[in-house]
Ligand binder design. Structure first.
Ligand code: NAP
Length: 283
């Protein structure tokens, strides 16, 4: 495994494990146990995924020392604001059953995220979290937060894959020392990504799968990522990407797949703000 170092010195694996949509507790526990067995040591969840407790159970019962694995969780919009964030954090901590969280993110750039950020700064100073960051923050909101708060987000977890390469956002993050982390590294499997000719040709040449080529492309761009799969053989496949290298020409041909926008979600659209603000995860 390769690691990336955040601005405060915390190291996170370049490849972790995503758990979006794995709501069934038994399945989720099994998946996390399988992922640990394949060598994965970073687990991404969120209050809104309804699986923090299952992930915590699987990690706690693994027998592995706490320092050997990391957990990310996220604050939902409904709990933005200073006091609500502190309350939501306690709730997440009770659910995962851990003494600290490795990375705590503001899930969406909506609601009172300035109040939320100040609460996160407090949690960071108190040692309840090893690192804090945001998710889905477009460049303008990220820069505004960076320029007006004591601590800059250490991570911005955003959608990145061959169809949506986010070059401008990445440049802005680099300017502010914010580490990008790719969600949806396979475009959630959409647009027939695993059968794209450019990728299948490269995969054939290296005797790898298209999924491995995509993850290798992320790695060579220096972007950590958190692919999700419920299949153990795919977990193994997704971890087995450190023994080959894409050529500059291959990287260039994948660069040509960028369509410059998301087919999954548009964070600039008012309808997204309306839809996400309507999602309530508790009464
Ligand atoms: P993704 O990882 O891009 O794609 C998951 C899809 O790819 C699933 O259908 C999975 O199928 C398939 N897959 C995985 N490995 C494969 C392989 N080796 N070969 C073929 N198919 C494979 O999508 P994602 O789950 O949306 O994103 C990853 C993680 O990012 C999430 O789980 C979540 O933790 C995080 N995320 C964060 C946000 C945010 O707003 N911050 C949004 C979305 C996701 P199977 O499961 O059937 O194998």
């Amino acid at each position: 495994m390769q690691y990336i170092t955040l601005c405060n010195g915390v190291e996170l694996p370049m490849i972790g494990y995503g758990t979006f949509m794995i709501k069934d507790s038994a399945l989720c526990e099994k998946c996390v146990t399988d992922a640990l067995e394949t060598g994965c040591r970073l687990f991404d969840t969120a209050a809104s995924y309804e699986n923090e407790a299952a992930i915590g159970r699987a990690l706690r019962s693994s027998g592995l020392p706490r320092k050997e694995w990391s957990v990310t969780t996220k604050l939902w919009i409904q709990d933005a604001g200073y006091d609500d964030t502190l309350r939501a954090f306690e709730h997440s901590m009770d659910a995962v059953g851990l003494d600290y969280i490795d990375l705590y993110l503001i899930h969406q750039p909506f609601g009172d995220y300035y109040g939320a950020w100040r609460a996160m700064e407090r949690l960071y100073h108190e040692g309840a979290v090893r690192a804090i960051g945001v998710s889905n923050f477009p460049p303008e909101r990220l820069v505004d937060l960076c320029m007006n708060q004591e601590i800059k987000p250490m991570v911005n977890q955003i959608e990145i894959h061959p169809f949506f390469q986010q070059n401008t956002a990445l440049r802005v993050m680099e300017d502010y020392g914010v580490i990008p982390q790719a969600w949806g590294p396979f475009s959630e499997g959409q647009c027939n990504i695993f059968r794209q000719k450019i990728l299948t040709k490269i995969a054939e040449k290296h005797r790898k799968t298209t999924a491995q080529v995509i993850l290798r492309w992320h790695l060579q761009r220096g972007i950590p990522t958190i692919p999700k799969t419920v299949h153990k053989e795919r977990m193994l496949e997704n971890m087995d990407v450190f023994d080959f290298e894409l050529t500059a020409k291959e990287m260039e041909s994948i660069a040509g797949m960028d369509i410059g926008h998301s087919e999954i979600i548009d964070h600039h659209c008012f309808c997204t703000a309306r839809q996400l603000n309507s999602v309530k995860i508790h009464g």
